[in-house]
Design a protein around this ligand. Structure first.
Ligand SMILES: [Zn+2]
Length: 211
């Protein structure tokens, strides 16, 4: 059974937001020890549709928004502060995926699943960690229209024009026959998590999965 873990504030795990890099590296190595994994691979995330295969740990954060590995002991981490940390497990292959509005419309979820299935993964199961909820993520009416046209699962009401990305993600996964366990915790409403929308937080928590 793969290891699944979601971190919270105040330990920032992101190197790119202007925090002291020494402190971030210390937080990362403490997390690695706490989880009893051989290494932790982080990404430099840009809301792209890039899915990277990782066989061995790299000291540099990999340019990607999804990581896949078949290597036991190699932990994969996705950094978030409102976006969805999506973890995909199977007995032979795991993935960590960064799912925000842009990533969802880029098709990052399907691309990651295609790559996992290409590696022969079966019995895939999904976890959705703490992220902004469908009551808190108000966007412009135009943006709401644009996203919900293609991803009706993320719709709430056009009067409020809030996107429900966790629900949209669950709908995409269900279409692929994948069951999801969602924690149902909103980063904006719960101060134990970093939230960019709530306070322009520079901190990032992580979702981690390890075979
Ligand atoms: Zn909320």
């Amino acid at each position: 059974m793969p290891k699944i873990h979601f971190t919270s504030a105040p330990k920032n795990l992101a190197l790119h937001t202007g925090d002291n890099p020494e402190l971030v590296r210390k937080n990362r190595s403490e997390l690695q020890e706490e989880l009893h994994v051989d290494s932790l691979q982080f990404m430099h995330q840009t809301h792209s549709d890039v899915v990277a295969m990782v066989n061995a740990h790299s000291d540099r954060d990999i340019n990607a928004d999804a990581l896949i590995t078949q290597t036991p002991g190699l932990g994969l981490a996705v950094l978030v502060a409102d976006c969805i940390p999506l973890l995909l497990s199977s007995p032979t292959c795991v993935a960590a995926v960064h799912v925000g509005r842009v990533g969802m419309t880029n098709g990052i979820i399907d691309k990651t699943l295609d790559a996992m299935e290409g590696l022969g993964a079966t019995g895939i199961f999904a976890w959705i960690g703490p992220s902004i909820c469908g009551s808190c993520y108000e966007v412009s009416p135009e943006m709401y229209e644009e996203v919900t046209t293609f991803f009706p699962g993320s719709a709430t009401t056009s009067a409020k024009h809030c996107l429900d990305l966790p629900r949209g993600t669950i709908a995409i996964l269900r279409e692929r026959g994948i069951d999801t366990h969602a924690l149902g915790l909103c980063t904006v409403e719960n101060s134990q998590f970093f939230s960019h929308r709530r306070d322009k937080s520079l901190g990032r928590q992580a979702g981690v999965i390890c075979l």
